[in-house]
Design a protein around this ligand. Sequence first.
Ligand code: ADP
Ligand code: MG
Length: 412
Amino acid sequence: MKVLVAEDSMVMRRLLVGYLRQWDYEVVECVDGEEAWQLFQSDSFSIVLSDWMMPNVDGLELTRRIRGSQRPGYCYLILLTAKTEKEDLITAMEAGADDFLVKPYDREELRVRIREGERIIRLERELVEQNRQLRETQAALVASEKLASLGQLAAGMAHEINNPIAFVTNNLAVLRRDLGEIVTLVEKYEEARAYLSGAPQELMEELTQIESDCDFAWLRQHLPQLLQSSTEGLTRVRDIIKNLRDFARLDQAAQDDVALIHAVTTTLEVLKHDIEKQHIGIKTEMQTVPPVPGRGDKINQVIYNVLLNAIQASPEGSSILIRMLPVDNAVRIEVEDSGCGMDQETLGRVFEPFFTTKPVGTGTGLGMSVSYGIVRDHGGIMSVESQLNCGTKVTIDLPLARSATSEHEQLE
Ligand code: ADP
Ligand code: MG
């Protein structure tokens, strides 16, 4: 910690600096208030020890200037003085001093007072750091909220886009069918062209001009391909929209029979980019299972959160195994990765809201807790097994029939 010592008496200054260095402080010394003020402005000191009576700018004025300055971080200020009157103490504290020591001071007293200052500075730094983290967490939350509403917006747009996509697709099909007939017609005309000698000169010239402008040979060769690729483009757009709608379950937000295999496939489709980016192999062992009663959008969210965690924990080129099987009156989904795994402490806190080991921007610590809540609301059970540096297995059991109570508690 850096300490600034302002003391005009050489003997006192040497003594002070000597002590401070013994106690492992980094010390900068100066002989009056003006010099101290210059140094304070050009460097960053956590503690200032200043004599009160000094030529030019005295300790009190230095204190006022320091308190008036805009430098970031708190500076703990101790005034050294021969004054003992109560009014002097009040004046010093009111000017902004944190503490003061009466000369001649005791070495041990000086040590503990400075330690006290150091403790306060550390606390202040911790507070600043915690504030920063809090602001970052808040920013991440706002961002994820924004993402959620963006998702809704996108899903809403998908709905609007669906209609025009449908009629453009139909029109293209009609165009493709009719194009063949038009081409045949023009070909016949070309054959008949030689017999058009009786036609007016002007009309024939116009025809020749149009023929050369429209380049019929090129059109005949390329038009079918143009139409074909337009249809393919539209099919792609339609697939994207279908995935988006399936994922958000826009069409059926209420209680429903959820086909879990379909839920896994559409979620994998949504996460395709992340999976491909990390070259992760997805293995599936999915038995035929009956649909489970529940909210499709919520169950999709659980599968998404668990798969995303598995992907984020997995090293490049590794694989994730997804199993689905019927168990006693329930359907079990297992997601097993061979990623970084968790230590006991992390495993113990995995369902805690806001608990994350990921950097700000990647993790909000809400994925597992929200999923746990959703599975519980469906009357199911979610559990995690993990070995550090080996991998993690998340197991979700969703009941096939709901008990009367869980029916009652049902998803708002
Ligand atoms: P986030 O992913 O935003 O950190 P989650 O609630 O989804 O929040 O997960 C909480 C924490 O649990 C993660 O930060 C991570 O430490 C741990 N975790 C969850 N899933 C896995 C996994 N498959 N492998 C390793 N750690 C995991
Ligand atoms: Mg997560």
